[in-house]
Design a protein around this ligand. Structure first.
Ligand code: 5GP
Length: 194
């Protein structure tokens, strides 16, 4: 039996509002956040061991060689990966775990844990709205913005492979959809009867 715990994998193009939704899953539904390893530098306010394990490319490549990762991928020129130890407790069904990873990582987890994990794609209402949100954020140059939009279009192609798609038009409505998914998944026999 799988146990009651849920392993929830959430992916989205940047600007779709995934970060906010993930915070709500943690605050309101008690999910634990799976802390990934990354080779990118910490942003202001980010804490090693809470947001990410910040490591050098050399350390990351060592971990790959050791087979430490459940999945890993290169995103925006940096390496990101989920270590096997992060997901162990969730796999034994002891906790609800949230993996905030990109679509490449999600498809690797899907190949390995098809029956165990639940895959949710968070989508913007439209590409025009996504562009408006990214521009509104105003943190990126025109070139970076164009690259992000091109990548978002590519990532949208993965949406049909997920178990669920949540369209984030309005954050509370999108969270209600996510909460409904979690509730229904908890009623599956392998979780409800364990
Ligand atoms: P950021 O650098 O903005 O925190 O994250 C950039 C992207 O990398 C996001 O789409 C995020 O979901 C993804 N990401 C974060 N951790 C992992 C991971 O462990 N594996 C993969 N494949 N992607 C990750």
């Amino acid at each position: 039996m799988a146990g009651k715990g849920l392993l929830l994998v959430v992916s989205a193009p940047s600007g779709a509002g995934k970060t906010t939704l993930c915070h709500l899953l943690i605050q309101r539904l008690g999910f634990r956040f799976s802390v990934s390893h990354t080779t990118r530098s910490p942003r202001p306010g980010e804490v090693h061991g809470r947001d990410y394990y910040f490591v050098s490319r050399h350390e990351f490549e060592d971990l790959i060689r050791q087979g430490a990762f459940l999945e890993w991928a290169e995103v925006h020129g940096h390496l990101y990966g989920t270590s096997k130890t992060e997901v162990e407790r969730a796999l034994s069904g002891e906790e609800d775990l949230l993996l905030d990873i990109d679509v490449q990582g999600a498809s690797q987890v899907r190949r390995k844990l098809r029956e165990r994990a639940v895959f949710v794609f968070v989508a913007p209402p439209s590409m025009e709205e996504l562009e408006r949100r990214l521009r509104h954020r105003g943190t990126e140059s025109e070139e970076v913005l164009r690259r992000r939009l091109a990548r978002a279009r590519e990532e949208m192609q993965f949406a049909p492979w997920f178990d669920y798609v949540v369209i984030n038009q309005e954050i509370e409505q999108a969270f209600a959809d996510l909460a409904a998914i979690v509730r229904a998944e908890k009623c599956r026999p392998q979780r409800a009867l364990s």
